[in-house]
Design a protein. Sequence first.
Length: 368
Amino acid sequence: MYRKKNTNTSHTSISLYWKCQLIGWGLISLFWFYIALFRDNFQLSHAIINYFFDVAICIAITHAYRTLAIQRKWNELGIKKLIWKVIPALLSLSVVFMVLMNLKTAAYIYFVNSQSDSLSKLFVWNPLFVWNPVLITGLRHMTIWLLAYHLYHYYQKEVDTTREIAQLSIIAKQAQLDNLSAQLNPHFLFNSLNSIKSLVIESPDAARRAIDLLSDLLRSSLYEKDKDLIPIKNELALVYDYIELEKMRFEERLQLKTDIDESLLEYKIPALSIQLLVENAIKHGIDLKVDGGVILLKIKRKDCHIHITVENPGVLNENKSGGLGLENLKKRLEIQYKGTAGFSLTQHENNQVCATIIIPMHIDNEEI
């Protein structure tokens, strides 16, 4: 057997930390390079060597601190505890910076210029003007580096925390929607089976047709189960099948009239939302009337919203909240549209009850 050759190539890239180290200290050392070249009259080659030594010293000192901070987990400390760690470290880094920089200068004086007298002056005769400025420079640069390093890590921690909270919120939202959808499907099935039960004795052929319709309805609803939103045209197909199923029981007592803006058919709405309104219109309106009645379904565009209304004959019972189905629909709209959608159930003149869903046509600048 031939072993398949691994064609994946590994690409090494410089991390953000090392990019900041090289670019930051490289730019700062350019200032010292300029001083060495034009003020101190270094030869170009010596100034370049001095430049690379400056960069190396600064990177070595700060990287040693970073290694210690990671080992001691200082980035996980609170601000107050971190301050008590950083202040002694800042003084230590500044002293180390001063010592290394002056040792570098001493090596240059001794080995390049061979000026032993100048070397003694560096450490003995003129400590105020050589050692103190270097120490102050070290304090200034190490302070800036430490602030940048720890502020970046605190910012990154806040970003990670915010991201985790957002992910948990999405998971909770999805779980809540799944729970509500799981309650809607049994609700729909229970009412449909009640309709079929009444046909079994009266008309077995009609009952068989009703079972076929219910099978198609369940197949369609299960197909859309994992989708929070479905196109209006798909929802209407479910509604028409449901109306046909119910008409086998109600016959001429149930009529459906529609007034639908066809340009909205591709827009998405919560699954089983219109079906639920029609179902309630039949249960609380048509079923209670001896002569039945007409259900009017309207889908229109108003401003930047889709208005879905279902009207049926009946009288609104103010003491009832609308049942489990409508309560779940309200919650789904609240969760899905973050408070920008609405639902209302109102009593109109001539004993007409109107259920209205108002849905924004855009969410977060995206067309739904």
